[in-house]
Design a protein around this ligand. Sequence first.
Ligand SMILES: Nc1nc2c(ncn2[C@@H]2O[C@H](COP(=O)(O)OP(=O)(O)OP(=O)(O)O)[C@@H](O)[C@H]2O)c(=O)[nH]1
Ligand SMILES: [Mg+2]
Ligand SMILES: [Zn+2]
Length: 371
Amino acid sequence: MKDRYYHEEEHFHDRDRKQFKKDRRIAQETDRSKFKKTDLKKEGETPPPPDDPNLLSGRVVAISGEGVWVDVEGAEFLCGLKGLMKKVRMQSKNLIAVGDLVRVQPTAEKEGSIVYIEERYSFLSRTDITGKLEQLIAVNIDQVLITASVKQPTLKPSLIDRYLIATKKGKMHPVIVINKIDLLDSATEDEKHFYKEFLAAYESLGYPIFSVSMLNRTGLAPLCELMKNKSSVFSGQSGVGKSSLLNTAFNFGLATGGLANKTYKGSHTTTKAQLLPLPDGGFCIDTPGIRSFGVWKLQREDLIHHFHEFQPFARECHYPNCSHLVEPSCEVQKALAENKISPIRFESYQTLLEETEGLDRRTKRIMEQQE
Ligand SMILES: Nc1nc2c(ncn2[C@@H]2O[C@H](COP(=O)(O)OP(=O)(O)OP(=O)(O)O)[C@@H](O)[C@H]2O)c(=O)[nH]1
Ligand SMILES: [Mg+2]
Ligand SMILES: [Zn+2]
């Protein structure tokens, strides 16, 4: 699916890639010998040493079409990426992300070039829309507040599972936030039942869950307490109320948007990730709503480790490489039938398994026949 909405951060990265292509073309035109990326370094791109006293340390707070905004001791610098884009062929869609700790070479009043990016201690990433590159959502963050709504837009447990896996891979703590619980009052019996089942399943797995509503600030105080002196990133579908929650909690004045008439989908109001300092210490990042979330490099053999409650049963399966979907005498299937594992989690597992790298042909064929 192609993202059509204007995304400032992507605009910046596209522009940088265009600049790289332009540099390469000029280099090729002026030099008959085969172009090597390292050539650019020789042309005055050599960065100053990391301990250069003129370099400033800061943190990336936003990336827009204009450039990268870096907070240096409370002052915001608008920066470009000096030579960095030209270093390596990227596996990443974006070389830099909100939360990055960087070293800046000042070039003018409140302007500079980013010359070093510090090693990241944690990251939240997903597969970009081409399916070929890793896209960083935020880095150097303690916890991911996986945000969803009880309805409008519909609660999608499999999306939450995708986040839980990405969070673990990126060495962050997961926190599940379910907003709009005021809508439960007017919900159908089926919707209420599904929500109860969802809570029971994920609570029993030990994940912290906060059920909140911005209409009357329900559940907000304990969530704010959890954010104090920590760094948190809010991520989830568009329209679940990420920006509304931050406004209600901290009076940030972020833009919030309406929902589509019949589908109750969000309108992609937030267009770039933004780092916001919290009044009582710590900071949080508001991010644009996602349309889909592919877990980057999800291997088949990894998947079962993320569904750890299946493991005692999986170990007893007849086939050592049982996919737990189609095989006869599968203990996971048996546990599902006996209500020992949640059907919500099993459905997620099934959806995710179909997307993993390395699902064997035989299983794929049987699954296709079953559809
Ligand atoms: N009923 C109800 N509506 C809410 C609640 N919180 C937010 N909303 C509404 O949900 C809509 C979307 O809110 P936003 O804060 O813009 O959602 P978002 O997650 O930031 O969306 P994007 O920026 O597009 O990713 C707005 O119309 C809000 O008024 C809530 O607790 N209850
Ligand atoms: Mg928003
Ligand atoms: Zn099995």
